[in-house]
Design a binder for this molecule. Sequence first.
Ligand code: FES
Length: 202
Amino acid sequence: MTNPRRKSRFRGAGTTPHGRPCFAAPVGRCTTADPITPGGVRPFVKVCELDELRRHGDRVHVLLGDRHVSLINHRGEVYCLDSLCYHAGGPLGIGDIEDVGGRACLSCPWHLYKVTLESGEKLYGSTRLDEATGKLVPDGVKSAGVRQRTHEVEKRADGWYVRLRLDGPHVESDKYACNDVPGIAKGRKVRDWSTEGPLVRV
Ligand code: FES
């Protein structure tokens, strides 16, 4: 029997905590629905100056529209992915970078999950049952699939640009992408899509 006092996590058309339109999303959380370019490709948006990455320790965290994303320079390659961890909304974007099975991963500060910088996959150390001993033994690093949404990065003459990739199926990090948590909450707001429109169209 349902509890009449318990509110549904879902609602119809409404707004996110930042006032953007929100469609059938869990209450207080983001959706991939895009009221600006529905079904289309988002434009690239400048998120910082070229030298800003170095000055800020090779990371810049911004609030792009309603979404917290982190721009991360690792050994000369620059990646962008949702700042908040798909698992429980931790500040993944400020996690240490570790080599896991030869792939560069962010290690989430909250529960130490490993997420690849390049594709947003969760990696884990698997085990198998050893028939001879009847014990579990290590079986290498495996991927649990894409859990964290990644975005496109482009270096231009006047700065770093990001194109949010909100197309395709739901990705687990979508449910926390708009939350504020310590370490990420102060991300500089780049653009309010709903009132100002995109900076650059390509
Ligand atoms: Fe649990 Fe990131 S919040 S591992």
